[in-house]
Design a protein around this ligand. Sequence first.
Ligand code: UT7
Length: 330
Amino acid sequence: MSDIRVKIDGVAMAAPDKILTNKDLERIVDTSDEWIRTRTGMVERRISDEHTAASDIVLKACEKLFKKSSIRTRDIDLIIVATVTPDHPFPSTACILQTKLGIPHCPAFDISAGCTGFIYAITIAKQFIENGSATNALVIGVELLTKITNWTDRNTCVLFGDGAGAAIVTQANKGEISEIIDTYISSDGRYGDLLIMRGGGSRNPTSKETVEQNMHTLYMEGNKIFKIAVKSMGDAAVRILERNGFTGDDVDWLIPHQANLRIIDATAKRIHLLPQKVIINIEKYGNTSSASIPLAFAEAIEDGRVRRGDLIVLDAFGAGLTWGSVLLRY
Ligand code: UT7
């Protein structure tokens, strides 16, 4: 065990200005505002324009983040970007961001853990800091899922949106209450085909055929994933509380991945948490995958709900399939 304790210094978010409502989607596919609201809790989502890439939105989130922090960009010595929609397959969006922010030489890399990406990235950053390999990590969750959406598939195109969240993960000072207490991550690759982008990799390199078959877009068997998501997110929340001697009564806030209001409600029930202790913004942003937790976290800090010292559970589930949770005092 390391003597170094690790905390989240701050979180900020950014999203494109353009809003795509359920009503707009009614004009694109055979769907209805009523179906989307009752099945998912979503009302609108943000959609980026053709000139915007992941690093552009992240940059906006980072500008807000560094404005609020005493940590400067030159103090950052680790950059981790969780995304399945990077600017390019390579180089990493983390390296692109490093240049945009003028961050000095340091490790910078992307990770792919679907919607659990932010939780994986926090877990990695915590370990780098605990073992002395880094001091101040910039941890990002960003997705421009509307760029890989199949706009003819009503099963998926109504669900996803664009956004970015950025956090500084750093050493906690002696006696300070803020701390990342524990993290838990897991995966089960057997279900990988249920949520996948089939084209563009070495299995199916981009060709006329892959494009014609829409293999460059997201494919999901949502109803098969639903049950696994409910179980995994519930288990992840219970596990992280139990192994640290807490119960739902101790928790100030659950900040869950925003995939479906029904999954969020079921997760809160598993840890016997009152609905008013759950941070939800799915109605505004839809499912923004690895960005959804930092988006919700940042909004809740901005509007004063989340305060320093609050006990918070982050909890997510996504492509891989992956899942995980973080227990922290903000
Ligand atoms: O982000 C991490 C990973 N993702 C998730 O965790 C997502 C998990 N899954 C879900 O959130 C839900 O399964 C969905 C929201 C994706 C779907 O809700 P559902 O209640 O599981 O619906 P379903 O897929 O079982 O479809 C029910 C019906 C079907 O019609 P029939 O076969 O009963 O006639 C679908 O064709 O709803 C139909 N349907 C739609 N109808 C109107 C599917 N999409 C739409 C739509 N508008 N957009």
